[in-house]
Design a protein around this ligand. Structure first.
Ligand code: AMP
Length: 513
């Protein structure tokens, strides 16, 4: 049997069924998907791409851009999606590291990026715009729609996704056809996907969440996607009555809650809301439940392993927990010596199984560094397992604050601050401190502008051990976040460090803007 992931998609495709619809009413059937990806696979080959070669794409989201990924799979090439926000200097690094055979970029960027590609030894640089037009589309238009999907082994690479991981330069996580098939099948079963589903897809497709997690559930169940090129809360709200499932990052949910029209009637056709990529605040989950009648299903994943744990479709969706290991992934919590800990004890989350990546691209040292002697991958997340197997995350290992020799998990302090009336949300980091080593420091977004730091500190002193109470509180208008809704702790740390002298006079009430 062909281990190519695309062969699996092909086996589930009913030609006349809808594969994708756009808000403007454009409709693609699975027959269109097969024909377009066939043309694209032929076009990639005509552009000089061979099986095993990398295809880098730094293009706007569109149905055509998504078909480039599928065309690359069909050809047996390795897809390399790049965030459109990466500036030329970062692009240069990715091209030099991954050495793709082809770079796809926006037509208006061609003059700037083609020389960079050439200098990095990339053979061809073609274009594709947000409407699916450009020199790549022109090349594909002259190609036949038929293409025999290349034979691949499950261990062959399907994609490389760059991720910053815990520290240092971005590393390319190598995901195989087998990794993606195993995780995709597990999620399709777990979340009950069937041919009647219509998935509202408003996520970017340069990240595992939109490219794999959401889209693979639709492809593996032969169901339809409502494909939105860019998230806008108003547009998503207007499309919800046509959807049965929505997957999003927590920011989608907070933005939807800002709209008065978000209510049970707007969500009446939806059977499942899923959230992941960053923690869903308990307050957001509760508010969403009250307004829509839906308990958002939270799951946890990372580029290196796609989805690791998920709350169940049926059974308890536990707020604050990321749920149980998905099929094909084993999870344990271990101490710094990689010794497994008992339930209830906080330690590093480690995983192994068929969804875990093959390693980091051309970086065997880093791959080895993140693996334990007995073959478990260290996620860099800190967590605690319940006796019933539910996992709760308490932060990233690198975000752990060590103050006066005590470990402080930022999440615990953030939860305590977020629970206070008048607080919208918060983020806690450690800043250098001459006496304590690091000082617990909080950035707080207020809902009530009259709330002041002494009131917060007084309330926290009643709830937390003294060493966990922030030494400083900074009020900010918003927390710095990336496209996936993750708080950028390094950026926050830098911004806060330039605003106050941790350990000196306490500064309360600064803004980051
Ligand atoms: P990425 O590789 O960009 O997908 O980032 C992976 C990281 O996102 C994980 O290692 C976690 O730190 C974080 N993450 C993903 N899902 C969740 C979640 N549901 N709750 C908390 N953190 C999450």
């Amino acid at each position: 049997m062909n281990g190519n992931l695309f062969a699996l998609f092909e086996s589930r495709a009913r030609p006349a069924a809808t594969f994708l619809e756009t808000p403007s009413g454009e409709r693609w059937t699975y027959a269109d998907l097969l024909a377009t990806t066939g043309r694209y696979a032929n076009a990639l080959r005509a552009a000089g791409v061979a099986p095993g070669d990398r295809v880098a794409a730094q293009v706007e989201k569109s149905p055509e851009a998504f078909c480039v990924y599928l065309g690359a799979l069909r050809l047996g090439a390795v897809y390399l999606p790049l965030n459109t926000a990466y500036p030329p200097a970062e692009l240069e690094y990715f091209l030099g590291d991954a050495r793709p055979a082809l770079l796809l970029c926006a037509p208006e960027d061609h003059a700037r990026k083609a020389p960079l590609a050439k200098a990095a030894g990339v053979r061809a640089c073609l274009t594709l715009d947000g409407a699916g037009r450009g020199s790549f589309a022109d090349l594909a238009a002259g190609q036949p729609a038929a293409f025999e999907t290349a034979a691949r082994a499950p261990d062959d690479l399907a994609a490389i996704l760059y991720t910053s991981g815990t520290t240092g330069r971005q590393k390319g996580a190598m995901l195989t056809h087998g990794n993606l098939a195993s995780n995709g099948e597990a999620l399709t079963r777990l979340w009950g996907f069937g041919p009647e589903d219509r998935l509202l897809h408003a996520l970017p497709i340069f990240h595992a969440h939109g490219l794999f997690i959401a889209a693979h559930c639709a492809l593996l169940s032969g169901s339809a996607m409502l494909f939105v090129n860019r998230f806008s809360a108003a547009e998503v709200l207007a499309l919800l009555p046509r959807a049965t499932v929505m997957m999003g990052v927590p920011t989608f949910y907070t933005r939807l809650l800002e709209l008065p029209g978000l209510d049970a009637a707007a969500c009446r056709g939806v059977r499942l809301f899923v959230s992941g990529s960053a923690p869903l605040l308990a307050e957001t989950a509760a508010e969403f439940r009250e307004r829509s009648g839906h308990a958002v299903l939270e799951r946890y994943g990372m580029t290196e392993a796609v989805v690791i744990t998920s709350n169940p479709l049926r059974g308890e969706r536990r707020p604050g927990s990321v749920g149980l290991p998905v099929d094909g992934v084993e999870v344990r919590v271990a101490d710094v010596a990689d010794v497994p800990l008992a339930p209830g004890e906080v330690g590093g989350v480690q995983i192994r199984g068929s969804a875990v990546m093959k390693g980091y691209w051309q970086n065997p040292e880093k791959t080895a560094e993140d693996l334990t002697a007995d073959g478990w991958f260290r996620t860099g997340d800190l967590g605690v397992l319940g006796r019933d197997g539910y996992l709760t995350l308490v932060g990233r290992a690198k975000d752990l604050v060590i103050t006066g020799g005590f470990n402080v998990y930022p999440k615990e302090v953030e939860l305590a601050i977020d629970a206070l009336p008048g607080v919208a949300e918060s983020a806690v980091v450690g800043l250098p401190h001459h006496d304590f080593g690091e000082a617990v420091t909080a950035a707080v977004v207020r809902r009530d502008p009259t709330l002041e730091a002494p009131a917060i500190l007084a309330a926290l002193r009643e709830r937390l051990a003294a060493y966990k109470v922030p030494k400083e509180i900074h009020f900010v208008d918003e927390l710095p976040r990336n496209a996936m809704g993750k708080v950028l702790k390094t950026a926050l740390r830098q911004a806060l460090a330039t605003r106050g002298t941790a350990g000196g006079a306490r500064r309360h009430g600064s803004t980051l803007s």
